[in-house]
Write a protein that binds this ligand. Structure first.
Ligand SMILES: *Cc1c(COP(=O)(O)O)cnc(C)c1O
Length: 373
C-alpha cells in the first residue's frame, strides 16, 4: 500500500507550458527542472515534456548528467556555478554552463579539451552571481579564451513577482544596455531573462523564457495568483493516509511535548506523514490537511513519521486519503515560506506517481519497490 505519495499530472504540465507559450509563441521555452524538478522528479518530467519545450535548466552538474543518463536530448543549461574540474563532463555530454566571472572562465579555459557552450551571466540586480555593469571590460576579455564558446547572455530578476515593477524595469534596461555594449565582441545567438514571474506578469520573454514554478502550475507569488494573467493548473497533489483513529476525552495530551491538550471529547486521526517526509515540523498546531472534503487541523507536534489531526465530526475511516496541502499558498504563508520550499522539501521517501490521460504511467520509489495496491 502506498501510504504517502506525490501524484503528478503530466497533462496539466503540458497544458501549463502551452498556456505560457501563448505569451510569446516565438520565444523558446526552457523548463527549469532544478532540485529534482521542484521535488516532482526531474528525469521523468523531462522525458514526458521533452517534445513541448526547447531547453532544460538545472542547478547542478549532477542534475544535468542525470538528465543525459535518462536519455534526454534537448539542450541543458546549468544555472549555478560549475566547478572547473566538472566542465569537461559538460562538454562531453553537451551541457551548457554559465560564465560568472573572468578568473573562473580562465581557469575553465585552461582545463578543458574542446569548447564548452557558455551563457554569460549578467548580474543586473539579483546580487547573486555574474558580471556587473562596470565589468564590461572583463566581459570583453572572455573573447581571448578560445575554449569558451559564448552563445548566449542572460540575467535573473529578483522582484518580478512583486507589485512594484520599478526594479524589474531597471534590471531589464540594464540587461539590454549591457547586451548592446558587448554584442559587437560576441556572436550571441540568443539572450534570455524572464523567470516565471518575468514571463507571466511582465511578458519579458525575448528569445527564451526560463520557467520553473509556473510549469508546475503554481504562481510565483500570491499577487500573481490574484492577477491570474495566465491560466495555470497545479500539476501535483501531495497525499497521505489515515492509519489510526481514536475518540479521546477532554484533557488528553497529543504528541511530543504535550503542546496540545483536548478541552473537550474529540475524534483524532493519526496520519502516515511527518517531518521526515518533508512536512515541516513548523506546521505543529497550525497546519491543515483535507480529509473527505473537510479541513482538519494538525494537533500537537508533527513527529518524524506521523502526525495527528482533528477529525471531530468528520466521516472518516482508516486508510482514507488525506490531501496534505489543500491550499499550498495558504499553508506556506503559515510557516513563513513559499510554495517553492514546500515542494522541494518533499522527501525522496515519498513515491512519485505519474499520471497521463487519467492513467498511472509510472511510479518512482526512490527507496525501493512497494506493493502498489
Ligand atoms: C530558479 C530559476 C529560474 C526559475 O524560477 P521560477 O520562479 O521558478 O520560474 C529561472 N532562472 C534562474 C537563474 C533560476 O535560478
Amino acid at each position: 500500500m502506498i501510504e504517502s505519495c506525490v501524484e503528478i499530472n503530466i497533462d496539466k504540465i503540458i497544458e501549463n507550458i502551452q498556456n505560457i507559450r501563448k505569451i510569446n509563441p516565438k520565444s523558446m521555452y526552457c523548463a527549469v527542472l532544478k532540485a529534482n524538478g521542484y521535488g516532482l522528479g526531474a528525469y521523468k518530467i523531462a522525458e514526458y515534456i521533452e517534445d513541448y519545450v526547447d531547453y532544460f535548466a538545472v542547478a547542478r552538474v549532477t542534475e544535468a548528467l542525470a538528465l543525459r543518463e535518462a536519455n534526454i536530448k534537448k539542450p541543458i543549461l546549468i544555472l549555478g556555478a560549475v566547478y572547473y574540474k566538472d566542465v569537461q563532463k559538460c562538454i562531453d555530454n553537451n551541457i551548457d554552463i554559465p560564465i560568472i566571472d573572468l578568473d573562473y572562465a580562465k581557469l575553465i579555459n585552461e582545463n578543458i579539451n574542446g569548447k564548452v557552450n557558455a551563457h554569460l551571466l549578467l548580474d543586473t540586480g539579483m546580487g547573486r552571481i555574474g558580471f556587473r555593469d562596470f565589468e564590461e571590460d572583463k566581459i570583453r576579455e572572455l573573447n581571448n579564451l578560445e575554449n569558451i564558446n559564448i552563445i548566449s547572455a542572460f540575467t535573473h530578476f529578483s522582484t518580478a513577482d512583486e507589485a512594484d515593477t520599478h526594479y524589474t524595469e531597471m534590471q531589464h534596461e540594464k540587461f539590454n544596455k549591457m547586451v548592446k555594449d558587448i554584442n559587437d565582441s560576441f556572436n550571441l545567438e540568443f539572450v534570455h531573462l524572464g523567470n516565471s514571474a518575468g514571463a507571466i506578469k511582465h511578458h519579458i520573454t525575448r528569445d527564451m523564457m526560463r520557467v520553473g514554478i509556473a510549469t508546475y502550475g503554481l504562481y510565483p507569488s500570491d499577487l500573481l495568483k490574484e492577477e491570474k494573467d495566465v491560466e495555470l493548473k497545479q500539476c501535483f497533489s501531495f497525499r497521505t493516509r489515515v492509519i489510526y483513529l481514536k475518540e479521546v476525552e477532554a484533557g488528553t495530551s497529543i504528541s511530543y511535548g504535550r503542546t496540545f491538550i483536548s478541552d473537550k471529547p474529540m475524534k483524532i486521526a493519526t496520519l502516515s506523514i511527518g517531518y521526515a517526509d518533508g512536512y515541516m515540523r513548523s506546521f505543529s498546531n497550525i497546519g491543515e490537511v483535507s480529509i473527505n472534503g473537510h479541513l482538519c487541523k494538525v494537533l500537537g507536534r508533527v513527529c518524524m513519521d506521523q502526525m495527528m489531526v482533528d477529525v471531530t465530526g468528520v466521516d472518516v475511516s482508516v486508510d482514507d486519503e488525506v490531501i496534505v496541502y489543500p491550499d499550498i499558498y495558504k499553508e506556506a504563508a503559515k510557516v513563513d515560506t513559499i510554495p517553492y520550499e514546500l515542494m522541494t522539501s518533499i522527501n525522496l521517501r515519498v513515491p512519485r506517481i505519474y499520471k497521463k490521460s487519467g492513467k498511472i504511467i509510472s511510479i518512482d520509489n526512490y527507496l525501493g519497490e512497494i506493493n502498489e495496491d
